[in-house]
Design a protein. Structure first.
Length: 189
């Protein structure tokens, strides 16, 4: 029997202690950690065998968390989020209060506001953003379900969340780049 509160508690404990988790998101299974902990972020880069120049996104649970990370958020960002029918990641300029190794070379950070209950409640408890990157070694295919995640990834994290293991995710999020001077560019539909 899945117990969401128990899983939130276990994941929270691991993240608070600098660990990394494997967890279901509103899109695909992700590898995550406290987005303010540079050492934990390094563990994810190492597990994914990914260059630190390839940034990862963070999940947030609302406006308050967004403004804690971004001093300026273009008005169009809120319009896009309100109108999006599927999960949408926004690349926004000049983040702060996150690990430096999460910020892209162009001084941007990808963020997605989640509604999925497990992620939302975990973020509520953490009170800080959560890293989210696909559960695969860099360059390999992104798993659409828990069954497709390789043992290398499963064994490389500190905790595997025991929820939604049967769920199949067919698509990652849409990615839209927004600059503070109001330029909009669709990166992935």
């Amino acid at each position: 029997m899945e117990n969401i509160n128990q899983e939130i508690h276990k994941a929270f404990e691991v993240i608070q202690n600098g660990g990394i988790i494997l967890y279901p998101t509103d899109t695909v299974w992700g590898i995550g950690c406290d987005a303010t902990n540079e050492e934990a972020v390094k563990k994810i880069y190492a597990l994914k065998q990914r260059e630190e120049t390839k940034s990862m996104i963070v999940l947030m649970n609302g406006e308050k968390m967004m403004y804690n990370v971004f001093k300026e958020i273009p008005e169009v960002a809120w319009q896009i989020l309100d109108l999006s029918e599927k999960p949408t990641t926004l690349l926004l300029d000049n983040p702060r209060n996150v690990a430096a190794n999460l910020i892209g070379a162009d001084k941007s950070l990808g963020v997605r506001i989640v509604k999925e209950p497990f992620c939302f409640k975990l973020l509520e408890r953490l009170k800080k953003p959560l890293v989210s990157t696909s559960a695969n070694v860099s360059g390999m295919f992104s798993p659409k379900s828990f069954k497709e995640i390789t043992p290398e990834i499963i064994n490389g994290v500190d905790y595997v969340v025991n929820l939604h293991r049967e769920k199949i995710c067919d698509k990652p999020s849409t990615i839209i780049k927004l600059t503070n001077d109001n330029q909009v560019k669709i990166i992935r539909k």
